[in-house]
Write a protein that binds this ligand. Structure first.
Ligand code: ADP
Ligand code: MG
Length: 617
């Protein structure tokens, strides 16, 4: 066969292969055109999962009669005209191929009106063959009808799934687009029945309502508001708290400059940010918007424009990871809105703002300040940021609040009553220990139950990280060095990585093929089972050392270590020790979840307790 130019219709049908995968792709292109035309209302009507009819009506600026034919031609667009405009593109479309592609594989009709013309005009196009321009009765904007998708490409029609599956794809797409533009009203009609109506959402409350409609009412309640800005990037939106995790990655929405994106780099940055706090095998939920200079991101790398390429990808990654990591760090008691009590607080104290609010603004903090102030007046030594040593692991004599001093305060009696009308510390004061596992505490609104091991594990972990990364890991020489039996591989590792081990706060010598001598450990671990700790540490390290630099897995090592440094079940704690643990939780970042993402505490308010006993009915 000799080389020949393909006919236009075939070219368009080939292009349609990339642009139109299924009915929902048509819906995407047509809604995006409506948005680009400045529509404030978009109505989407679907019959038989889009196989029979896809109809999109908008109130945008329309297309003039002279241009309707042009809009259906390949590479015809009103959105860019030069390369520099391509590099600065602000519109969702710019390739000029959606309409001709769709029209080449369907029975297509477009009606449109512009303000300067007396009435609307319409044109049909069956299988890419354009008909005549005719007058139409449309009053405003543009109406596009796509019937019998793939009717002339039977091989592709066979790939269509059931009506229900195709409609679900469309519904998910409409959801995504509705999340990208709160200022536009959307209506989705399925076989003649309205199934979604979303009025324009301008205020923050309306936006949250729309998100609630699309992501479920719990999402907004169980999420943190994010707002971050760097010199040329802005990130905002909602991130689900780690305890609001999901079994699937089905609630992850990311938009760059208003465009919905699925991107590996972004997925990675977000996963990293959650890694510390999410229960293993679970997925986070988020609705996030990244605005950046269009020049820094190439959107012309994918026919459906659902992927992008960043000019400086590591900077984007670091910005996202850093910002989200920090935002998620505020999940500690008193900064989150886990319970009714905290909800009240958050409305006053601005805690809903999550990352943007400073703890000093909250009334909890005001109370705490007050408490420490009182203690000062009572002649007790208190530090600026109270930290106790309830575990006994901290061998350094603490100049800070001692356990005895705390005990003298008889907290459950004296501090039950709110000081100056405020509510008391978020986790209240300990009453008892239950079966060696749980701490029961009372706060101003009810009962708090704390999983003491999980909570302490998080505290130890965060402390290790802070000390290590602050190059302030305190080491303690052991009075009697401890011999540890390990595998030869592990012993070799310990020997060859002496420096890294020192940095982690250990001093370990090799004694023989299988024996190590531990001379010093981080202060946090002086009371722990050192043999078990070192064995676990080296085992964990061995699994990482082959492929990665050990420094990269430090946090995972700390997570393993934290378990050893934490109070075990069945250890009896005194009331002051328990109170000190509660106070430490309040001071510790991310302490709403343990290192594995399980919750560390729950709250039952008086109302729910009363209802257990049918009180007040
Ligand atoms: P692109 O969106 O990449 O420009 P399309 O083939 O999707 O290419 O559309 C071609 C042109 O038709 C657009 O550039 C725009 O000028 C016009 N157009 C398409 N849909 C609409 C609409 N709903 N309202 C107004 N103009 C539209
Ligand atoms: Mg388009």
């Amino acid at each position: 066969m000799s080389i020949q130019r393909l006919p236009d219709i075939l070219v368009n049908q080939i292009a349609a292969g990339e642009v139109v995968e299924r009915p929902s792709s048509v819906v995407k292109e047509l809604i995006e055109n409506a948005i680009d035309a400045g529509a404030t209302q978009v109505q989407i009507s679907i019959n038989d999962g889009g196989k029979k009819l896809i109809q999109i009506k908008d109130d945008g600026k329309g297309i003039s009669s002279e241009q309707i034919g042009l809009a259906l031609e390949r590479h015809a667009t009103s959105k860019i005209s030069t390369l520099s405009e391509l590099e600065n593109v602000n519109s969702l479309g710019f390739r000029g191929e959606a309409l001709p592609s769709i029209a080449s594989i369907s029975r297509f009709k477009i009606s449109s009106i512009v303000a300067s013309q007396e009435h609307a005009w319409q044109m049909t196009c069956f299988g890419g063959n354009m008909g005549e321009l005719e007058p139409s009765a449309l009053q405003k904007g543009t109406l596009i009808e796509v019937r019998d998708l793939f009717y002339n490409t039977p091989a592709r029609r066979k790939f269509l799934k059931t009506e229900r599956t195709e409609f679900n794809h469309i519904d998910e797409l409409v959801k995504r687009i509705a999340l990208s533009r709160f200022d536009i009203a959307f209506e989705l009609i399925k076989d003649g029945k309205t199934v979604r109506t979303m009025p324009a959402a301008l205020s923050e409350i309306q936006k949250e309502k729309r998100i609630g409609l699309l992501c479920g009412p719990n999402f907004v309640e169980q999420s943190l508001r994010v707002e971050l800005e760097s010199s040329d990037m802005k990130l905002y939106g909602w991130v689900g708290k780690p305890t609001y995790s999901r079994s699937q990655a089905d609630q992850q929405y990311f938009f760059i400059n208003g465009r919905m994106i699925k991107d590996r780099l972004i997925g990675h940055a977000v996963r990293q940010a959650y890694r510390d706090v999410l229960y293993h095998g679970r997925f986070s939920a988020f609705v996030l918007y990244l605005d950046m200079n269009p020049q820094s991101v190439d959107v012309n790398v994918h026919p459906a424009k659902s992927e992008v390429r960043f000019r400086e990808s590591s900077r984007v990654h670091d910005f996202l990871f850093g910002g989200l990591h920090k935002a998620l760090a505020v999940t500690s008691p008193g900064t989150s809105s886990t319970t009714e009590f905290f909800d009240q607080q958050s409305n006053e104290g601005g805690m809903q703002n999550g990352a943007t609010s400073t703890p000093e603004q909250s009334s909890n903090q005001a109370y705490t300040n007050n408490l420490w102030h009182q203690q000062k007046e009572m002649g007790l030594h208190v530090s600026e940021r109270p930290q106790s040593s309830y575990t006994g692991f901290d061998n350094k004599p603490s100049p800070e609040l001692s356990l005895d001093a705390l005990a003298q305060l008889k907290p459950t009696q004296e501090f039950n009553e709110p000081v100056d009308g405020s509510q008391g510390p978020p986790l209240g004061f300990a009453i008892a220990q239950l079966h060696g596992i749980y701490i029961l505490a009372q706060n101003s609104s009810g009962l708090i139950i704390v999983d003491m091991h999980a909570a302490h594990e998080r505290i130890t972990y965060e402390r290790l990280k802070t000390q290590y990364w602050g190059q302030n890991l305190q080491q303690q020489k052991l009075l009697v060095p401890v011999v540890v039996n390990v595998s030869e591989k592990e012993a070799n590792l310990a020997e060859s990585k002496e420096d890294s081990i020192k940095k982690l706060g250990f001093d370990i010598d090799r004694m023989s093929t299988h024996e190590l001598l531990v001379r010093a450990v981080p202060v946090i671990f002086t009371q722990s089972d050192i043999q078990a700790l070192v064995m676990d540490l080296l085992a964990e390290w061995c699994t990482h050392s082959d492929s990665r630099k050990i420094e990269e897995s430090t946090n995972e090592l700390f997570s393993t270590m934290a378990c050893h440094g934490s109070v075990r079940a069945n250890r009896l704690l005194s009331i002051p020790e328990m109170n000190a643990l509660l106070r430490d939780m309040e001071q510790t970042e991310r302490s709403d979840q343990c290192n594995h993402g399980r919750p560390t505490w729950v709250h039952m308010n008086m109302k729910s307790l009363d209802s257990l006993f049918l009180r007040g009915r």
